[in-house]
Design a protein around this ligand. Structure first.
Ligand SMILES: [Zn+2]
Length: 294
């Protein structure tokens, strides 16, 4: 259901597949937190704002993923506002080929490119140059992506982006998009401090019980790590581990899911290697992973 709902005071949320935050200033201008997935969602957001007589003063991106930044260029061009993101994230919005290349390993073939990551390139300013109004704060939430951030509005509503995803999504598969597992664990601990406050994850209902959702997300991270260590009862390549994981969780057999799973498995192997519980070796020019025994 796409609707603009008032969360508290001047803080609103446009509920759609990716929740978009709206903070209303005294002069009927708004700050938008994220922009929806594409031009169509951007148009819906602007239509809802126009109905209220509100204009867009600036876009604040939590991170560069298409479902958050896909409508950015349309909104910037249609309103003349500026968009802001952290240094690491703005690079991905300005050069959208980077993210699919990062996940795939190099410039990917057409079966992957543009399927899930097709943010229209948009000029984005460094958010450190943005002058936040009194009581409006940004906090870093790295892990899900390079330098994702969240925002607290002066009404004490916390937009926590993709730091915690919905329980139903985790039940389908505990592996969600991940850049840095260790940082993501730290981020989940960080958002638990917002317990009791109104928190808005991008893909779940607003909640005052963020600690419980953060715990479920942390247990999902544990589960993937445990699965991989279990699969390593005999040495395997990263691709074989992805195959085991896809089979266990009955993931769809297609190019996009396979590449995303391989990428996710590598993120966990980094984490397990840094924790000293998994290591690699070479055999017949194959790079194999095994559990560390000592
Ligand atoms: Zn994301």
């Amino acid at each position: 259901m796409f609707e603009l709902i008032n969360l508290k005071g001047n803080t609103y949320c446009y509920t759609m597949p990716t929740n978009v935050g709206v903070y209303l200033n005294d002069d009927d201008s708004v700050y938008l937190i994220d922009t929806g997935v594409n031009e169509r969602s951007a148009q819906k957001i602007l239509a809802a704002l126009e109905e209220k007589g509100w204009s867009v003063k600036a876009v604040l991106l939590t991170h560069a993923h298409t479902d958050h930044a896909g409508g950015c260029r349309y909104i910037v061009e249609a309103t003349g506002c500026k968009a802001y993101a952290t240094q690491a994230e703005r690079v991905f919005v300005e050069y959208p080929d980077l993210e699919p290349a990062m996940v795939y390993g190099t410039f990917p073939c057409k079966d992957f490119r543009g399927k899930v990551m097709n943010t229209p390139a948009c000029s984005v300013h460094d958010i450190s140059e943005f002058e936040f109004p009194q009581g409006f704060e940004m906090f870093h939430l790295p892990g899900h992506f390079a330098d994702m951030v969240g925002f607290r509005t002066p009404d004490e509503v916390y937009f926590v982006a993709d730091a915690a995803i919905a329980e139903e999504t985790l039940q389908r598969s505990p592996m969600s998009y991940i850049f840095d597992v260790e940082r993501h664990y730290e981020t989940l601990e960080k958002i638990k401090a917002f317990q009791g406050e109104l928190c808005v994850p991008s893909h779940a209902q607003p909640t005052r019980d963020i600690a419980s959702l953060a715990d479920k997300n942390a247990r999902a991270l544990d589960r993937v790590g445990e699965d991989i260590l279990e699969f390593l009862s005999s040495p395997k390549t990263a691709e074989e581990l992805a195959e085991c994981f896809a089979r266990r969780w009955q993931l769809p057999e297609d190019f996009v899911h396979y590449v995303m799973t391989c990428s996710g498995v590598r993120a966990y192997l980094t984490y397990l290697r840094h924790r000293g519980v998994a290591e690699y070796f070479f055999e017949d020019n194959r790079m194999l992973w095994k559990k560390t025994t000592s």
